[in-house]
Design a protein around this ligand. Structure first.
Ligand code: NAD
Length: 412
């Protein structure tokens, strides 16, 4: 299944449960606008390279569209389209007043210099500035982009539109960013993991956790969960996996990665395992926080975790999702599990429009409140309708967007 087809599969399962009309299905599953632009960029050695950039604006019925900007060599229109539609359901599940969008540039992020990255970003803004804005479509960081890219983005956008910090989120705090944005997705994963364990009747204290990916999301989730007295027994990154059945010292692993170019390569406090082995460990919770599609038909039968928390987008393929559901493995789906990032992005957008700086306590408190409310709704609906947590989360999201579309007079 292609990426967009997979999201459509989940959409259709939830739409069937909701008995959604054909006209609403078509309206809500078709992206409003898809933009492909050519980005001719001069590289440091003087070569002119023509890259492709994409922005898919999926739905704006509930507010301006919101979604990250990914720089990765595998970015294509189908992937961006699938991530844009996921954003529509994600913003609706946590009930923040945004629609869904996503963007990307097909480029090997590891092969470009910071100056080349800056030129790519400014060129991309030149091409799409008329179609985005604080009331239209608000990008944010994603894989391969960060707060520095967002600072260049705002600077270039402001040349066209004047002072407008709310055009993107995930900015540096010194550039109208919000405290707590960087930790938000991982912290949200942590909060929701603890809540899920409670609903499954497991104690957080001593529950074993394996996390694939030790970047922004994985490392913050690991910190939160070890502070909550879970036993994080394995983490991994591109260099491989690191396992200690007695529990890893997460602060030490974070320090080690920071001192070694954001890599755990050679980490001494654990046994080296592969990324495949990590997924199949006998743990209470498995948190894929790196790539999409890592749990598939070939390994779904060997997953031993009771609970999978989807920190990455689409880490479980639809065929594996069915196998795991039959085996009673609970999956907290991406549209809820990693929604902490977009939730705090909403606070940043609100802060920018209020011209009033929020503090970290307020950010954390409101994040906890919005995620917890969404979690209870999804978990209760799943129990009430006897559907998976993923189907329940899509049902909550789709229902909100469908109701807004009806109220706006878009459909009867
Ligand atoms: P990141 O670039 O900071 O970290 C990615 C981590 O994954 C790194 O540790 C990297 O070494 C590891 N990794 C990369 N390829 C791997 C491989 N083949 N096997 C094992 N590990 C590998 O990215 P991030 O911001 O932490 O995002 C992680 C995932 O979470 C992505 O799927 C992203 O779309 C999703 N996500 C991120 C946010 C956010 O706010 N950052 C929000 C929602 C969803």
């Amino acid at each position: 299944m292609q990426a967009f087809e997979a999201v459509q599969h989940y959409f259709n399962t939830a739409a069937d449960e909701l008995e959604l009309s054909e006209e609403l299905r078509t309206l809500l599953s078709t992206p409003e606008r898809e933009i492909t632009v050519q980005l001719p960029v001069e590289m440091d050695d003087g070569r002119l390279v023509s890259l492709l950039g994409y922005r898919v604006q999926h739905n704006r019925v509930r507010g301006p569209m919101k979604g990250g900007l990914r720089y990765h060599h595998e970015v294509d229109l189908d992937e961006v389209r699938s991530l844009a539609s996921l954003m529509t359901w994600k913003t609706a599940v946590v009930n923040i007043p945004f629609g869904g969008a996503k963007g990307g540039v097909t480029v090997d992020n590891r092969a470009i210099s910071p100056r080349e990255k800056e030129r790519i970003t400014r060129k991309f803004v030149d091409e799409i500035h008329e179609l985005i804005g604080p009331d239209k479509d608000i990008p944010a960081p994603d894989m391969g982009t960060d707060h520095e890219v967002m600072a260049w983005f705002v600077n270039q956008y402001n040349k066209y539109a004047g002072f407008n910090p709310a055009v993107v989120t995930g900015k540096p705090v010194e550039h109208y960013g919000i405290p707590g944005r960087e930790e938000a997705t991982g912290r949200g994963v942590g909060i929701l993991t603890i809540k899920s364990l409670g609903r499954l009747g497991c104690k957080a204290r001593g529950a074993t956790v394996a996390i694939q990916g030790f970047g922004n999301v994985g490392s913050h989730a690991a910190k939160f969960l070890s502070e909550a007295e879970c036993k994080v027994v394995a983490v991994s990154d591109l260099s491989g996996g690191y396992y200690n059945p007695e529990g890893l010292d997460i602060m030490e692993a974070v320090r080690y990665a920071r001192e070694h170019g954001n890599s755990l390569a050679g980490y001494p406090g654990a046994e080296a395992i592969t990324n495949h082995d990590l997924l199949e460990l006998d743990v209470t919770v498995l948190i894929p926080a790196a790539l999409g599609g890592v749990i598939h038909t070939e390994n779904a039968d060997r997953i031993r975790a009771k609970l999978i928390v989807e920190a990455a987008n689409s880490p479980v393929r639809p065929e594996a999702d069915e196998i795991l559901a039959q085996r009673d493995v609970a999956i907290l789906p991406d549209v809820l599990a990693n929604a902490g990032g977009v939730t705090v992005s909403y606070f940043e957008w609100a802060q920018n429009r209020q011209f009033y700086q929020w503090n970290l306590n307020r950010v954390r408190g409101e994040l906890d409140h919005l995620l917890s409310t969404a979690f209870e709704q999804v978990w209760d609906l799943s129990a009430e309708r006897n559907v998976t947590l993923r189907t329940a989360a899509f049902m909550v999201g789709i229902q909100r967007v469908a109701r807004a579309a009806k109220l706006a007079g878009l459909t009867s």
